[in-house]
Design a protein around this ligand. Structure first.
Ligand SMILES: *Cc1c(COP(=O)(O)O)cnc(C)c1O
Length: 240
């Protein structure tokens, strides 16, 4: 069983690798400018181990109640865990215990909580500002994220917070609003926001965009990290 699963995951990883390589070639980018993060949500720790054996080093989860035990089961595996889901402040202590990077930073209260728990845990947490391209000024998006006009203030908060490191920006292609169905345009807008951010914070170079369905558009726009679940692990039994 495990061998079958490993073969299947290896084949899927190969296909995703080919897609990323081809997208880099088309965009005139070097392959090593783009890092694959495998989103393992809903799949067991045994799959995470197989992925690590196949060379995966970056994994992502979106719910603490699932991620915390999985990360604990895989504590001996050399992996960086990304947290990519909407994060409630009462889960921050747990997340700060295993996450290397929190990609879903979208409000000042979360920055305060992350800083406090990172310091308590004696860890440095990388942070990406999640941008909601469907949110109006001053609002948060349907699936989390701060409106583009709020990025700068939030970035300042992260940059000034103990225990936190400002690494860049993240987005999920919006299902509604002016960018619905226009993934390339959405990711190009994220790149503009990233270059504004880098003007003030040159080390904040990460641009996390693109999933199984739209990783080509993300690579074309300039993403440095793509977050791929379904294309590696298979269709999830339930949408979460
Ligand atoms: C689930 C998820 C992904 C991966 O999506 P797929 O379509 O399965 O590749 C990427 N980013 C976030 C924030 C997710 O929640």
């Amino acid at each position: 069983m495990t061998d079958d699963r490993k073969t299947q995951l290896a084949e899927n990883l190969d296909r995703v690798e080919e897609r990323i390589s081809a997208a880099c070639a088309r965009a005139g980018r070097a392959r090593d400018e783009v890092t694959l993060i495998v989103v393992t949500k809903t799949y067991p720790a045994s799959d995470v181990r197989l992925l690590a054996e196949l060379g995966v080093r970056q994994v992502a989860e979106n719910r603490d109640q699932e991620a915390a035990p999985k990360a604990a089961e895989c504590a001996d595996v050399p992996l960086t865990w990304h947290f990519v889901g909407q994060l409630q402040t009462n889960k921050v202590r747990s997340v700060a215990g295993y996450a290397g990077i929190v990609q879903s930073v979208d409000r000042a209260r979360l920055v305060t909580a992350l800083s406090k728990e990172a310091v308590r845990a004696g860890r440095e947490l990388g942070c990406l500002i999640q941008v909601a391209l469907d949110a109006e000024a001053g609002e948060r998006g349907e699936r989390g994220g701060v409106a583009p006009d709020g990025v700068e203030a939030l970035a300042e908060a992260v940059a000034g917070a103990q225990g936190l490191r400002l690494d860049g920006v993240m987005t999920v292609a919006p299902l509604a609003g002016p960018y619905a169905g226009r993934e390339l345009a959405a990711f190009e807008r994220l790149m503009e926001i990233s270059s504004d951010l880098r003007a003030a914070h040159p080390a904040a170079t990460m641009v996390s965009a693109g999933m199984s369905a739209d990783l080509e558009e993300a690579v074309a726009a300039g993403a440095t990290h793509v977050r791929v679940g379904t294309a590696v692990l298979g269709v999830r039994p339930r949408l979460r």
